[in-house]
Design a protein around this ligand. Structure first.
Ligand SMILES: NC(=O)c1ccc[n+]([C@@H]2O[C@H](COP(=O)([O-])OP(=O)(O)OC[C@H]3O[C@@H](n4cnc5c(N)ncnc54)[C@H](O)[C@@H]3O)[C@@H](O)[C@H]2O)c1
Ligand SMILES: O=P(O)(O)OC[C@H](O)CO
Length: 347
């Protein structure tokens, strides 16, 4: 056992949290010189069929609610207390719906030692008082540790089934953090590339969820593949414009990585945001109702992000410059006719 054996804790245990905990648990076993064998996972405790979810995961080795049908390795240990889950960790993997990040991080203040490093798998941006922040930066600020980010064309269920895919890690510190995270995540069926543009990577991960809603609206209206491709192309342009307008150091090349165009394609084909938006069309329900009915507690992030992006652009009088983002907001929240989304393509 080496001195540098990192203890890994995963903060979050939804669909992606469970799938990535499974992958990490496989990878740490293959590299005992680098990583401690046990992977602790913080579970937001709830009762499922009269049992605690943590008990189900620890005894049956399956997250029956968020990743049913997939066996988790027995070195995944579920804990309901976040401080127990994170104490003494050298590596924290944050994988939560973006609306829960602050309340969760606050519970970790003072528990994390300064030599710990973190990585955010969260696909969302943090909008506060009309300002916009990256979750990696916020985690860094709250906990006083470095935080990288991972994002890519990664439908959780497909990764859990070990179907081949790619992902991207963005890190300020390629030599140390980039290398250790590559070792933690890269495997035969999950091909990871490390880049320095952690900002562009996180913008892609957040905004692709709004474009996926446009794709879902398109599918709900029974428009064809050509139309959906037009939404994807326009969406990609708005994502790049958003990144370059509001952040420094965003590279165009990032949009060609797995975290960029590839994630957009996979999300618009098979993601939850697309599915919820498609079912919303003609349902006479709010999008939140549709999400509750379809996703069994999972959270599609695009609806909240569409609202947050809209408020941010409105505060700057820039909604006209992002017609697709604006149109998605208007259809979802203002009762605009779904067909009006085509106007965004003719802008
Ligand atoms: N699912 C995917 O395919 C996928 C892939 C890549 C990235 N992501 C991103 O990963 C992040 C996490 O998504 P997910 O799919 O793991 O989650 P999920 O949507 O499947 O599940 C929701 C999670 O939120 C938890 N939760 C509910 N209330 C909570 C609270 N008050 N405080 C804290 N946690 C609470 C639930 O216990 C559950 O673990 C998101 O940003 C998502 O966009 C998801
Ligand atoms: O199911 P979605 O729409 O949250 O997308 C999941 C992943 O982000 C795809 O990479």
């Amino acid at each position: 056992m080496g001195v540098q054996q990192h203890k890994v804790s995963v903060i979050g245990s939804g669909n992606w949290g469970s799938s990535i905990a499974r992958l990490i648990a496989q990878n740490v076993r293959k590299q005992p010189e680098l990583f401690h064998e046990t992977v602790r996972v913080w579970v937001f405790e709830e009762e499922v069929n009269g049992r605690k979810l943590t008990d189900i995961i620890n005894q049956d080795h399956e997250n029956v609610k968020y990743l049913p049908g997939i066996r988790l390795p027995d070195n995944v240990v579920a804990l309901p207390n976040i401080q127990d889950a994170a104490r003494d960790a050298n590596i924290l993997v944050f994988v939560l719906p973006h609306q829960f990040v602050y309340q969760t991080c606050e519970k970790l203040r003072g528990v994390i030692h300064s030599e710990c490093r973190a990585i955010s798998l969260i696909k969302g941006l943090d909008f506060q008082n009309d300002e916009i922040m990256l979750f990696s930066d916020e985690i860094s600020r709250i906990l006083g540790i470095e935080c990288s980010a991972l994002s890519g064309a990664n439908l959780a269920s497909e990764v859990a089934l070990e179907k081949y895919g790619e992902s991207t890690i963005g890190s300020k510190n390629l030599e140390v953090d980039g290398k250790i995270f590559h070792k933690l995540f890269h495997t035969g069926y999950f091909n990871v590339t490390v880049i320095s543009d952690y900002t562009g990577l996180q913008i892609c991960g957040a905004l692709k969820n709004v474009v996926a809603i446009a794709a879902g609206i398109s599918d709900g209206l029974k428009y064809g593949n050509n139309t959906k491709s037009a939404f994807i192309r326009r969406g990609l342009l708005e994502m790049r414009k958003f990144g370059k307008t509001f952040f420094g150091g965003v590279h165009t090349e990032t949009f060609f990585e797995s975290c960029g165009v590839a994630d957009l394609i996979t999300t618009c084909a098979g993601g939850r945001n697309r599915k919820v938006a498609e079912a919303f069309i003609g349902s006479n329900k709010t999008i939140e109702q549709v999400e509750m009915e379809l996703l069994n507690g999972q959270k599609s992030q695009g609806t909240t992000t569409a609202l947050e992006v809209h408020r941010f652009l409105q505060a700057r009088k820039m909604t006209d410059e992002f017609p697709l983002m604006t149109s998605v907001y208007q259809v979802i929240y203002e009762g605009a006719p779904p067909e009006s989304i085509i106007d965004a393509l003719q802008h």
